[in-house]
Design a protein around this ligand. Sequence first.
Ligand code: FES
Length: 169
Amino acid sequence: MEKRRRDFMGMALGAWAGIGALGVLYGAKRTWDPLPSVKAAGFTTIDLAGAKENELVVEKWRGKPIFVLKKTADMKEDGRDIVMGTDRFTVTVGLCTHLGCIPAYAKDEKEFKCACHGGVFDASGHNTFGPPPRALDVPPFRIEGTKLVLGEEGSEYKKMLADKLTNKV
Ligand code: FES
């Protein structure tokens, strides 16, 4: 009798967890709809023309998640900003610099939060709280009009490296 009760509880919990996981996946899919992009031989070209302010887009480059965030006017200017005309973007590898979890973007607070150990990064990707030892890394990029070619080292990326604003990935 006791065993049947435990089996039932186990199944009920399993079903509940399954529904929760589906909800998370659906939520992730909604925020992870990519911008128009082309992938070829280690390069990913993303067209940022359609990006919306304060909406995180997650792209993929060489198996890594890449965060693309169009900054709002009230977000602080930063040496790590990728500037296209009057638009500014934060583009980083979406892996926490502590132990590699994928942080979530908290839209209202305009910061990235890592659920693993509580690390927090601001809208420019700087670590502001918790154990992460450095800012989120900026992937190599080259600007081509409204497009970003990930995997190529353009002059703006080289300047960030020279100014020690990112680690090389
Ligand atoms: Fe992000 Fe530890 S992996 S805070």
